[in-house]
Ligand binder design. Structure first.
Ligand code: SF4
Ligand code: MG
Length: 320
């Protein structure tokens, strides 16, 4: 119980630069006024098309990118106010798993060293203890003890993602932010990795923020799901509520175009007109109004706020 993470009115603006002098010629609002909470032991899925701001949101929660506005409370502390030793200490509690573990695993290090390194850098244990923990972590993610002496290129993509997860676990975090963590893997390997993550969550009481463009993957792993469009959180609901009763026209369109896995539920496909608008020049009013099949006059001028419509289901749309 209790909230591990509270994100309030989070905002991220990037400058657009051009020319030799790299003058700022405009801004992109990559994340717009996003608020949500995450409970201990809970998984929040974040879905949306590429460029919707979901990775930027994850990077702000990891404190890799500083927000332009808003607050992030993590485990009772305001993240933006942590610096130096306090920030380093807090960082142990949140870790990231990336889409391409190969790019984030040092190719010259043996796996044992990759897993022991965060423990040694943070002075958590001595070399011998760290080595033992590395072996236990390897085994916990389904690899063999003898794998500890191999190098990243000697593993398959799925095995490398297991190593990436083991490394994220090394410092016993409370939160793992996974950004497209299974998107590069074959479908059969994807479900193995998702099931491993579900087991680890139960065993260690982890919380996840699981970012993906893939609705089926998010459905498999999440307790609640947030849908992003053009930097806005447009719907946030318990998983079953979202997938069985999507309220936002954008969520409905996304779900209607995804392959239906569940028995007999066939939705009419909703084909959206036009492209995602240029984020540097977003539409006024509802960010979705240029493509929404149900847009009304008010939608062009008044931005709908995310409001709770029923317990566990919030939506930002004038239809409700
Ligand atoms: Fe569509 Fe209007 Fe709802 Fe936006 S507010 S999603 S344009 S109906
Ligand atoms: Mg991304």
């Amino acid at each position: 119980g209790g909230n591990l993470l509270e994100v309030r009115n989070l905002h991220k603006q990037f400058p657009i630069r051009a020319g030799l002098l790299r003058r700022t010629i405009g801004h992109v609002n990559a994340v717009n006024d996003v608020s949500f909470t995450l409970g201990t032991g809970e998984t929040l899925g974040i879905v949306g098309e590429s460029g919707c701001g979901k990775s930027t949101l994850g990077r702000m929660i990891m404190r890799v990118t500083d927000p332009t506005g808003g607050t992030i409370m993590f485990d009772g502390e305001s993240l933006s106010e942590l610096h130096g030793a306090k920030l380093r200490h807090a960082r142990r509690k949140f870790q990231m798993v990336f889409q391409d573990p190969y790019a984030s695993l040092n190719p010259k290090m043996r796996v044992e060293h990759i897993l022991a390194e965060p423990l040694l850098v943070n002075g958590v244990m001595d070399r011998e203890q760290a080595r033992e923990r590395a072996v236990r972590l390897l085994q916990r993610v389904g690899l063999r003890e003898s794998d500890r002496l191999r190098f990243p290129h000697q593993f398959s993509g799925g095995q490398r993602q297991r190593i990436g997860i083991a490394r994220a676990l090394a410092l016993s975090p409370k939160l793992i932010v996974a950004d497209e963590a299974v998107s590069a893997l074959d479908v059969s390997i994807q479900s193995q990795i998702l099931n491993l993550m579900l087991d680890l969550k139960k065993e260690y009481g982890l919380s996840y923020i699981f970012i993906s463009h893939n609705l089926a993957v998010v459905r498999h792993i999440s307790d609640r799901v947030g849908v992003m469009y053009l930097g806005h959180l447009v719907e946030l609901a318990d998983k079953d509520s979202l997938y069985q009763n999507p309220l936002h026209p954008y969520t409905r369109a996304l779900l209607s175009s995804a392959p239906v896995a569940k028995r007999g539920v066939q939705r009419d496909r909703i084909v959206l007109q036009g492209d995602v608008p240029n984020p540097a020049n977003p539409p006024g009013g509802c960010p979705f109004h240029t493509r929404c099949p149900q847009a009304m006059d008010a939608c062009r001028t008044v931005k709908p706020a995310l409001r709770q419509l029923e317990p566990g289901h919030a939506v930002a749309c004038h239809l409700y």
